[in-house]
Design a protein around this ligand. Structure first.
Ligand SMILES: *[C@@H]1O[C@H](CO)[C@@H](O)[C@H](O)[C@H]1NC(C)=O
Length: 329
């Protein structure tokens, strides 16, 4: 399937799938970030549903979409890098122009994942600050059992945006946060959590690509025919959510490392190992599964929707229309 479709058509498919996907599942993604960030003993939200209900109550329906603009804007460039890189590596790794071995398939996916983090890391960085702001506000509003001397929050960069100018800008935008980060910490500020993102996304691709290819192969009537659509769809959902749950511990670590504003009593981490260690010690191994269910629920539809776009052939249709127009003009 992927061999005959042109890159621009793939991009249109990926871009539209991304926009539809973000609209459908962003609230679950927001619940995931908030659930992953809350520590034992000071839980504001009991579950995904509880989080969504409380978010709508205190922040309105659009509250569930805080940070969605980041995804809507960057999803297409992110897909572009990933697709182009994947095609490039697959092409270079297949000598005879026929299929790739599972190992090479993994290698291509892995290399593509490494290229993709160039956009993914700053994207996640901005998204997480926006998604988590509502949780911190709710936590601060709660009548607290925390001694007042510990109430001083460890906000670093964002304390300016959140606390100092609440009247003019209670909700800093993604661009404001990006500018502030660049200003105070340089490009590094935007790439906080890069290591954890790689640790999550490279294994994700290593699991997803071959799993999808092999599941999909099971559904092919003969080796040369394509699998039926419903089969590719289910394969994408199963492979995506399996990979998502498998790398969830890295996702928890990434979310914690990237959250700049901390609530009262929330510890800070100096790096990946420190973060893994502290979570293990203070919250136990089950903390690494925080948000796993949400993540599976986010990833499965995102991948499923991509499959649908390819099946309908939106990209090919638009490309053929525009090339016909060019010829007739
Ligand atoms: C938003 O983008 C990030 C970075 O690629 C991704 O991990 C996340 O799943 C996206 N969320 C949605 C709802 O599309």
């Amino acid at each position: 399937m992927s061999q005959q479709i042109s890159l621009p058509a793939k991009l249109i498919n990926g871009g539209i799938a991304g926009i539809v996907g973000v609209t459908c599942v962003f609230p679950i993604d927001l619940a995931k970030t908030r659930l992953q960030n809350q520590r034992q003993g000071q839980q504001v939200y009991k579950s995904m549903i509880d989080c969504l209900i409380k978010t709508v109550r205190s922040e309105g329906y659009f509250g569930m979409y805080r940070g969605a603009a980041v995804n809507l804007t960057l999803v297409t460039p992110e897909k572009a890098i990933k697709l182009a890189a994947n095609d490039f590596f697959r092409c270079h790794l297949s000598k005879d122009g026929r299929g790739l071995t599972v190992f090479r398939e993994m290698l291509a996916g892995c290399a593509a994942g490494m290229c993709q983090v160039i956009i993914t890391t700053p994207m996640e960085m901005l998204k997480i600050q926006l998604q988590d702001a509502g949780r911190l506000a709710t936590q601060q509003r709660k009548p607290c059992i925390i001694p007042p001397n510990r109430l001083a929050t460890t906000n670093t960069v964002l304390s300016r945006s959140y606390n100092v100018v609440p009247n003019t800008s209670p909700h800093p935008s993604a661009t404001q946060i990006a500018r502030e980060l660049l200003h105070t910490q340089g490009i590094q500020g935007l790439y906080k959590g890069l290591g954890a993102t790689l640790l999550r996304d490279v294994p994700f691709s290593v699991i997803y690509f071959p799993l999808f290819a092999n599941l999909n192969k099971l559904g092919k009537p003969t080796p040369d025919e394509a699998a039926p659509f419903y089969w590719s769809f289910i394969s994408g959902c199963v492979a995506g959510s399996t990979a998502a749950v498998a790398v969830n511990p890295c996702d928890v670590v990434k979310t914690r490392l990237q959250s700049l504003s901390k609530g009262a009593n929330e510890e800070t981490y100096s790096g990946i190992i420190d973060c893994f260690g502290k979570i293990m010690k203070r919250e136990g191994p089950s903390a690494f599964l925080k948000g796993a269910c949400c993540r599976a629920l986010v990833i499965a539809p995102l991948f499923g929707i991509v499959q649908v776009m390819y099946f309908i052939g939106v990209g090919e249709f638009i490309m053929s229309q525009s090339s016909l127009k060019l010829i007739s003009d």
